[in-house]
Design a binder for this molecule. Structure first.
Ligand SMILES: Cc1cc2nc3c(=O)[nH]c(=O)nc-3n(C[C@H](O)[C@H](O)[C@H](O)COP(=O)(O)OP(=O)(O)OC[C@H]3O[C@@H](n4cnc5c(N)ncnc54)[C@H](O)[C@@H]3O)c2cc1C
Length: 508
């Protein structure tokens, strides 16, 4: 299936839906392709988020901007913070009015707009996107970007999982809003957050930024998945013997928790929340309390054991570098938004969890959508020759990304690390070692075509230290359907390639 559009938005979370909405409002024809089902996939849809929603009162804005500056090492940029606060304020009000989102009201009747319940928020965003005339492709992971002869991004290719066939969208501009990378973290809603956007961008030569600030860990009750770290600002942390764990805290003391967890259990009570705060927390994020209600625990009075979950770039700062106010990347025609884009402009070196992330997804999504639409419309609808940007073909990718192997080692775990190492590996001349993986035996391609575009992504998605794929992609077993043929090396070559690539991944 081949579609043509002005703008292709890759992803289906808040950043993607805001991008699609704003691109459509600019008069662009828009396709949105989501790996899952737009409205239920991604980190926001299952949980809900506090939002950096601050009315335009100078004192309140000043307090909002200064609150995390020191934590971020003063690396954030005040101009960007102010822009994000303005845009978020307007968009959240739009969600209330045009989107008819049912914000709760406080005891004095004022609406409380600094929290969003994920399922309701994203349900409404899906409706709004569809009403705006956006073509939504659900269950359609994008596996590779397409580039024109001048290196500009000109669309993407992927796979329609339910139809069992590939698809391609030729577009004047592409917004990557694929979320962050918290692969295998088991944090709620992060199963789709495998960092695909980072790899897709790196394959076109786009630069990454802030990856050394991407090893964020979220606090969750032990054996559960909801990491609502902001609420732990009301917590006191304890050792098993009831002694207070000095220095432990949500904002400044997570390393103390981490170090202690290596030796013993850490317990917690949200005992600093007064009655008003308790009520406000329940109103803002009811999902947070589901776990406790099911376990019969009152988190305000009963101690409960906590753990830390690696949330990589979902909470951490790093991502695709953006170079202007419209969220353009270093590659023409390619825009980035939400967790896929670097958040250092508003967070510096500290996590954006608790409110900044949600605000960033809303505002960067809106900017990227608008600017991508203008770029594409200026380009016109002429036919451009395109080719796949995957690691195997694009020679211009030998430009180094700003992520060194060393900083990407520190970038957390999972795919993000291998994605950046894959991109770097190409630059280091290791491309041939990866070539074998692309011709994986179960890869199918229409008869007569060269290997399918998804292979590079599959290769990069191998879990660390593994020499076999983590799961068999859909439609990859059994006999090929009529008109399709298997591609790939014979068994001996496969064994050699696997050993070689496994080794390469370990060495990097
Ligand atoms: C438990 C939890 C609680 C949180 N609480 C807060 C909070 O209170 N405040 C706050 O500010 N932030 C919070 N966050 C972070 C916040 O959820 C994210 O910053 C936000 O969801 C980012 O939006 P996004 O659209 O960039 O990514 P996501 O919402 O993760 O969406 C990513 C989308 O991309 C799609 N996708 C991925 N790869 C592909 C591909 N190859 N092709 C097509 N589609 C693809 C996915 O299916 C998904 O639809 C929380 C995160 C978690 C995990």
């Amino acid at each position: 299936m081949t579609l043509t559009a002005d703008v292709l938005v890759v992803g289906g979370g808040p950043a993607a839906t805001w991008a699609a909405l704003k691109a459509a409002e600019e008069g662009a024809s828009v396709v949105l392709a989501d790996k899952g089902y737009c409205g239920t996939s991604g980190a926001t849809a299952s949980v809900g988020t506090g939002v950096w929603y601050v009315p335009p009162d100078p004192e309140a804005r000043e307090a909002a901007m200064s609150s995390r500056e020191a934590l971020g090492g003063y690396l954030a940029d005040r101009r960007w913070m102010a822009r994000v606060l303005d845009e978020t304020y307007e968009r959240v009000n739009e969600l209330a009015e045009a989107g008819r989102y049912p914000f709760p009201t406080g005891p004095d009747g004022t609406p409380l707009r600094n929290g969003l319940q994920g399922p309701e928020y994203m349900r409404r965003q899906r409706i709004r996107v569809k009403r705006a005339g956006v073509t939504v492709l659900d269950h359609s992971p994008v596996t590779e970007l397409l580039t024109a002869a001048d290196g500009a991004v000109a669309g993407a290719a992927g796979y329609r999982r339910q139809a069992g066939r590939p698809f391609e969208v030729r577009a004047g501009a592409v917004v990557l809003a694929t979320g962050g990378c918290a692969f295998l973290s088991k944090a709620f809603g992060c199963n789709v957050n495998t960092g695909d956007g980072t790899l897709l961008a790196a394959e076109t030569g786009a630069e990454l930024s802030g990856m050394e600030f991407s090893n964020a860990y979220g606090i969750a009750p032990e054996h559960t998945s909801v990491t609502k770290t902001a609420f732990y600002n009301y917590a006191t942390f304890y050792r098993a013997n009831g002694e207070v764990l000095e220095g432990a805290g949500s904002q400044r003391g997570r390393s103390v928790i981490a170090r202690t967890l290596l030796m013993e259990k850490v317990f917690c009570k949200l005992d600093l929340a007064d009655e008003a705060a308790q009520k406000a927390m329940r109103l803002a994020q009811p999902n947070f309390f589901l776990t406790f209600d099911r376990l019969g625990v009152n988190p305000f009075t009963d101690p409960f054991a906590v753990t830390l979950l690696a949330e990589g770039t979902v909470r951490g700062t790093g991502g695709i570098r953006i170079v202007d106010d419209g969220c353009a990347t270093t590659v023409p025609g390619l825009y980035a938004a939400g967790d896929a884009a670097t958040r250092e402009l508003i967070c510096g070196g500290f996590t954006g969890g608790g409110s900044h992330n949600a605000a960033w997804a809303i505002s960067s999504g809106s900017w990227a959508g608008r600017t991508a639409a203008r770029f594409a419309r200026a380009l016109g609808r002429g036919t451009r020759q395109v080719s796949a940007a995957g690691v195997r073909t694009a020679s211009h990718r030998c430009r180094r990304t700003s992520t060194s192997p060393r900083s990407s080692d520190r970038a957390g775990r999972g795919v993000a690390v291998r994605q950046t190492t894959c991109a770097t590996a190409t630059c280091c001349g290791r491309r041939r070692e990866l070539d074998g993986v692309w011709a994986w035996p179960w890869s199918r391609t229409p008869a007569g075509c060269t290997p399918p575009p998804c292979c590079a992504t599959r290769a990069a998605a191998w879990p660390s230290g593994s020499t076999t794929p983590s799961s068999t992609p859909p439609g990859t077993t059994g006999s090929p359907p009529a008109g399709w043929t298997r591609c790939g090396p014979d068994r001996k070559e496969r064994r050699r390639d696997r050993a070689r690539v496994g080794g390469a991944v370990h060495r990097l």
